[in-house]
Design a protein around this ligand. Structure first.
Ligand SMILES: NC(=O)C1=CN([C@@H]2O[C@H](COP(=O)(O)OP(=O)(O)OC[C@H]3O[C@@H](n4cnc5c(N)ncnc54)[C@H](OP(=O)(O)O)[C@@H]3O)[C@@H](O)[C@H]2O)C=CC1
Ligand SMILES: O=C1CO[C@H](CO)[C@@H](O)[C@@H]1O
Length: 368
């Protein structure tokens, strides 16, 4: 049996050699102000400049978080010779055009960290990956649940086969995302904005599935028109493993006077062991660390309960940036590259098709 005790840093990112790569940020909204810039400051990363659609908002965020340069446009930011990495955090419908402006600029930066979803269709995501390739710019996608500390620690256990052969993985989200105004204009609501985190996490833990089953219904609280609110998905893998996410963005009338039972719980069962996790994000803005508890046949009923102070929001945001910096240093493909993310976008497409057409969808149908 493999050693069942996790090493003390299994839940953390591998850090780059240089932490002072010059970062320029596009967007000055919630996620930049309260997660990206906080996590980068904590990690010792160097955010040199920011630009956004509304310059005054960029200026406010820059002053609040200590970013010294504010530029009126993406192009002005790209003209700054010290900007090596561009961190894009604009609404999904705006993102492809911003990435194309970065790629088309005469001065080529070394890397782009794009938000999830990379795009709302596979075709657009493919175009963006090809454009970054042609420009020689490394593209990383901010699927930062892979850097949630419980999710990452489980991956370390799986890599060491501590739990044996994978049997069943589940993620149960009973939480209420704060949908931004831009969320109403997309092709999809929950699938491409929230479920994408869990679908990507299943790919990180288990690889690509063979088939997808799914069902969706609108969430009774969300007043704007949407098809995919509450999402139930089942993934079938070639090795026999199954994964299922219940993305319950309604969670009952918890905001309307009923008692609330909110949380994100996951569970992974293998032939030799069982792991249970929680993701503390629903407590945001309170920092609630994610947790992991696991036990194997050789533990004779005892549980391992590593404890750490880190939380998905904001700490995991340093991990995805770190992955991009390491790839630039090594000249290798980023760990959550645009190319890898095409498969997560394909999985979102498969879930949407399975749910809306009421059929079992082969994953390969959306790979091209
Ligand atoms: N990985 C994760 O865990 C998370 C990812 N996200 C992603 O981050 C992105 C931003 O979300 P969030 O911060 O919540 O949204 P906000 O609406 O709070 O912020 C969006 C920001 O982008 C700016 N913006 C919009 N269009 C452009 C443009 N064309 N060029 C430059 N700036 C532009 C807005 O400017 P203005 O001030 O004028 O509106 C605003 O500052 C989304 O893609 C979302 O999916 C969000 C939460 C978590
Ligand atoms: O990725 C995400 C996770 O949480 C956010 C805040 O509720 C969502 O809006 C979002 O886009």
């Amino acid at each position: 049996m493999p050693e069942t005790v996790l090493d003390a840093v299994a839940h953390l990112p591998e850090w780059p050699v240089r932490r002072d790569w010059g970062i320029g940020v596009v967007g000055a909204g919630f996620i930049v102000r309260d997660c990206h810039l906080v996590a980068y400051n904590d990690a010792g990363f160097q955010t040199l400049a920011i630009t956004s659609r509304t310059e005054s908002r960029a200026r406010e965020v820059a002053e609040f978080r200590g970013v010294s340069r504010v530029y009126p446009t993406v192009e002005a930011l790209l003209d700054d010779p010290e900007i090596e990495i561009v961190d894009v955090a604009v609404p999904p419908a705006e993102q492809p055009a911003v990435i194309r402006r970065i790629v088309d600029h005469p001065r080529k930066v070394r890397g782009i960290l794009a938000q999830k979803p990379l795009a709302f269709t596979s075709a657009e995501a493919h175009d963006l990956v090809a454009a970054c390739d042609a420009a020689g710019i490394a593209l990383q996608v901010n699927q930062n649940m892979r850097y949630d500390h419980s999710v990452r620690a489980l991956k370390a256990l799986l890599d060491r086969r501590v739990l044996g052969d994978p049997v069943l993985a589940t993620i149960e989200l009973r939480a209420i995302p704060h949908w931004m105004p831009w969320a109403r204009d997309g092709r999809s609501l929950s699938t491409f904005i929230m479920s994408i985190h869990h679908l990507d996490t299943f790919r990180y833990w288990l690889g690509d599935p063979q088939r997808v089953l799914a069902s969706t219904r609108p969430d009774p609280r969300t007043t704007f028109a949407h098809a995919d609110g509450i999402n139930l998905a089942i993934l079938e893998f070639a090795n026999g493993a199954r994964a299922s996410s219940w993305d319950d963005v309604w969670s009952g009338p918890a905001r309307e006077g009923a008692g609330a039972d909110l949380g994100v719980r996951w569970r992974f069962e293998g032939t030799d062991g069982l792991a249970l996790g929680t993701i503390g994000w629903p407590a945001w803005p309170r920092r609630e660390p994610s947790t992991l508890t696991y036990s194997t046949r050789s533990d004779h009923g005892k549980w391992h309960k590593p404890v750490w102070p880190h939380a998905w929001f904001p700490d995991a945001f340093a991990g995805t940036m770190s992955g991009l910096m390491r790839a630039i240093e090594d000249g290798s493909e980023p760990d959550i590259s645009g190319r890898d993310n095409l498969r997560t976008i394909a999985l979102c497409e498969a879930v949407l098709a399975a749910a809306s057409e009421h059929r079992v969808v082969p994953f390969a149908e959306f790979l091209s």
